[in-house]
Design a protein around this ligand. Structure first.
Ligand code: FNR
Length: 357
């Protein structure tokens, strides 16, 4: 083993596998059923090629950009992932410190094992302007959903990310095989705690519809981002309904298996929204070059799910910070080699299909 620790996200994954209880590793790594989509997400990035421009003399690239009006130190967000306490005792507090320290937006998961108020407080200790968005699964009990939204607002979250690809839980067969269906004793979804102190179970309901989105729009002034849109018609409907942004995502392949790689859906979604609202791409982003491909194909930023969990599992806050700084360095290098000086100046024709024109 190297004394210097992992030098890229792939090596972080291997180190995390060594560090984690195999049942928890499987929970983080797995996708639904045959994991076709989980594998496709990464494979698609490998199939896409970058065609650099030369002699542009632009100097070193800056990475700062804005997403939904939030300044971020680079066009990379932390996707919402559940149950950080399974990865490391520092849990979401460690992740939040690393995100704030790196100046990136953390999308805190509703199914976090730490209450949103504590996550926000911890992020602000590092940077009082730390950007935190809150991921929501709309619950059929609208009164309870509203109470969760009010907590996120009061904690200072500045956007709501509504996950719409989960009218039911995806079929996770590694979990079935491992008999992993509940959090271990002592861990809870603290954002689902009721005033009386009981913790509810999350309800993923096929009854959730555009009507619920309209309701949500009516009860909160926060920008609303839909996460999990893959069809251009849904993207158009979202724009028409006044949605503020989209995350083009297949949930890391954990929901419906055999959906296309999310990066392969980005161009058609970008065409459908025509620049009216910002797009974020997640699924299989493991390298700075992957982020550049997402920018070229129409995203304002990319997001990472598992890479953050690997960093957390390996070394808590420091591990997450290291993953983010590796990706940052890779992104600087990739933009420079492509002849681009900013995330906003990545042209569409930088990306071709393998062997393409
Ligand atoms: C997720 N993801 C997710 N998404 C969401 O909206 N709410 C959630 O609670 C979770 N939980 C979750 C747990 C774990 C262990 C993983 C790996 C993922 C999906 C996540 O936000 C994102 O879409 C994917 O993780 C992106 O793919 P990569 O970066 O993991 O390949």
């Amino acid at each position: 083993k190297s004394v210097r620790g992992p030098v890229n996200v792939r090596e972080f994954e291997h180190a995390a596998r060594d560090a984690l209880d195999p049942v928890f590793y499987d929970y983080f790594a797995s996708g639904a059923q045959d994991e076709v989509t989980t594998a496709a997400n990464e494979a698609a990035f490998r199939r896409l090629c970058l065609v650099p421009r030369v002699l542009r003399g632009l100097g070193p690239p800056g990475l700062e950009t804005t997403v939904l009006g939030h300044r971020t130190s680079m066009p990379l967000l932390m996707a919402p992932t559940a149950f950080h306490r399974l990865a490391h005792p520092g849990a979401e507090l460690a992740t939040a410190r690393a995100a704030a320290g790196a100046g990136v937006v953390m999308i805190a998961a509703m199914l976090a094992t730490t209450a949103i108020e504590e996550v926000a407080g911890e992020a602000r200790k590092v940077d009082e302007n730390a950007a935190l968005w809150f991921q929501l699964y709309v619950q059929p009990d609208l009164g309870f959903t509203e109470a969760v939204v009010r907590r996120a607002e009061a904690a200072g979250c500045t956007a709501l990310v509504v996950t719409v690809d989960s009218p039911a839980l995806g079929r996770n067969e590694r979990g079935d095989r491992n008999g992993f269906h509940d959090l271990p004793p002592g861990m809870r979804c603290e954002n689902l705690r009721e005033i009386g102190g009981d913790v509810r179970g999350v309800v993923l309901s096929p009854e959730i519809s555009w009507r619920h989105l309209d309701w949500l729009r009516g009860i909160t002034g926060l920008p609303i981002v839909l996460k999990g849109v893959l069809h251009p018609e849904d993207a158009r409907l979202a724009v028409r309904r006044g949605v503020d942004g989209l995350i083009v995502s297949n949930h890391g392949g954990r929901q419906l298996d055999t959906t296309p790689a999310s990066i392969d859906r980005l161009p058609v979604i970008a065409d459908a929204v025509g620049g009216e609202i910002p797009l974020v791409l997640d699924g299989g982003v493991r390298r700075g070059t992957d982020v550049v491909k997402a920018l070229a194909l129409g995203a304002s930023a990319a997001a990472v799910g598992r890479p953050v969990l690997w960093g957390l599992a390996v070394d808590g806050e420091d591990g997450v910070a290291r993953v983010l700084s590796l990706l940052r360095a890779e992104l600087v290098n990739a933009l420079t080699l492509c002849g681009c000086d900013s995330p906003l100046s990545v042209p569409r024709d930088l990306v071709v299909e393998g062997g393409g024109r």
